[in-house]
Design a binder for this molecule. Structure first.
Ligand SMILES: Nc1ncnc2c1ncn2[C@@H]1O[C@H](COP(=O)(O)OP(=O)(O)OP(=O)(O)O)[C@@H](O)[C@H]1O
Ligand SMILES: [Mg+2]
Length: 398
């Protein structure tokens, strides 16, 4: 239905547009620090990470991209990491690294001449998994010594890192985060870039707290700049063989609203494509508006944003979620909402007037990109498109 436009999967190759500023900043930051990409869902973190990998590789800098969403234990994580370091294209540490592994792990005794073959790597993985299945912590200590020997620079990109932590048992997660923190300290030759679609701060809250990740340099990824957003739209128009005009680019941006969230732009454009395919019309500003109101904000668009609502239930306590819902419902109908009114709503729905709890909840909603308070004392939805959607399904008119 929407498969001709890259909605959903990360944008790569010709589909990846700009992000030059962010890319340059990340590349210069990893010379000294580990990087954590911070952005709401769907802002293009994975696309940026894949682009960083490509650009480092094209300059002959060893770099690996690991998607760790399916990792459920420290042992699996370490297995993935070690095999990635062995697979790492063009890295000079491989042979030394591998023989050091052999000294620590009795099972890891392969013929080094086969290091580049898939069979070698498959065996290595299964040996490592077996070695790390019990007492991973003791063995991990030896692994950081070996990784510490890498002179690098090698860049390791970990996508969906918070999900891997979430998947681990609490006790393992806690120990793992401490181990990983130490690994970063003792291995100056390896730089990590981590990111993910769930907020790492929520995830570490109960398993070690911020202290276990406070060495990462946080890099915020915002929406597209206006000119970049317009060029994304133009790019899609050309790809579809539609006639592009600045007016129509403007119409798309007006619907999406600032910040120009890549995914939101793509949702609108794929809605436009469906409309054009079905009705045979020609894209125009009026058609964009119609698509926005009828398709995106209509019932078939409901699923695009549903996770924003569901997430309140998952990440917030029941009391908080109830108060958050009531506040968001009200903010969605007001252009902006005075803090004192938000507090009243909070008091009625939270079950107490605890001001710290109120401030905490607002900080959370802000951090999770539901609301902003650019104007002090006033609350607004972070995204126009999300606000429009919220107003339809969850408006509160009490
Ligand atoms: N630089 C870009 N150029 C073109 N399209 C982009 C770009 N970045 C993101 N997009 C669009 O936004 C969508 C989401 O991008 P991506 O998967 O990289 O985001 P993400 O932040 O990793 O999402 P998630 O939080 O779900 O992991 C893509 O499918 C694509 O349509
Ligand atoms: Mg992603």
């Amino acid at each position: 239905m929407i498969d001709l436009l890259p909605v959903g999967s990360p944008a790569t190759g010709d589909d990846f547009i700009d992000r030059e500023r962010e890319t340059a900043f990340i590349l210069s930051t990893i010379e000294k620090d580990h990087v954590m990409l911070v952005a709401p869902r769907r802002f293009g973190k994975t696309s940026i990470m894949l682009n960083i990998e490509k650009s480092l590789q094209s300059r002959q800098h060893p770099c690996v991209f690991l998607e760790v969403e399916n990792v459920t234990s420290p042992g699996e994580f370490i297995t993935d990491l070690v095999t990635a370091l062995i697979e790492c294209e063009g890295a000079s540490h491989k042979t030394r690294f591998f023989s050091a592994l052999g000294k620590v792990f009795a099972r890891v005794q392969e013929n080094i001449d086969e290091i580049e073959t898939p069979a070698f790597r498959a065996r290595l993985r299964s040996h490592l998994r077996a070695e790390l299945a019990d007492d991973w912590y003791e063995k991990a200590k030896k692994i950081d010594e070996i990784i510490g020997e890498i002179t690098g620079p090698v860049c390791v990109i970990l996508d969906e890192f918070p999900v891997a932590i979430q998947n681990m048992e609490d006790d393992d997660a806690r120990k793992f985060l401490h181990w990983f923190r130490r690994l970063r300290q003792v291995s100056p030759g390896v730089r990590f870039i981590v990111g993910g679609s769930v907020s790492i701060d929520h995830v570490v809250y109960n398993v070690g707290g911020i202290a276990v990740i406070n060495d990462f340099r946080r890099v915020n990824i915002g929406g597209f700049e206006e000119d970049v957003a317009l060029s994304v739209i133009e790019h899609v128009f050309r790809g579809e063989g539609w006639e592009y005009s600045p007016e129509i680019g403007r119409a798309v941006l007006d619907s999406v609203g600032d910040p120009y969230i890549p995914y939101f732009i793509m949702i609108l454009l794929s809605g436009l494509k469906e409309e054009v395919d079905i009705s045979g019309g020609v894209p125009s500003p009026a058609l964009v508006e119609r698509v926005y109101n009828r398709r995106i904000l209509g019932s078939e668009g409901r699923h695009y944003f549903e996770h924003y609502s569901r997430r309140l239930r998952i990440l917030y306590t029941e009391q908080e979620a109830k108060a958050a819902r009531a506040i968001l419902g009200k903010v969605s109908v007001a252009e902006s909402l005075p803090m004192s009114i938000a507090y009243d709503i909070f008091r009625r729905n939270y079950g107490s007037g605890d001001e710290d709890a109120f401030r905490g909840l607002l900080a959370q909603l802000n951090h999770d990109f539901y609301v902003t308070s650019e104007i002090p004392g006033e609350l607004k939805f972070y995204s126009k498109m999300l606000r429009d959607w919220w107003r339809i399904y969850y408006a509160s008119v009490e």
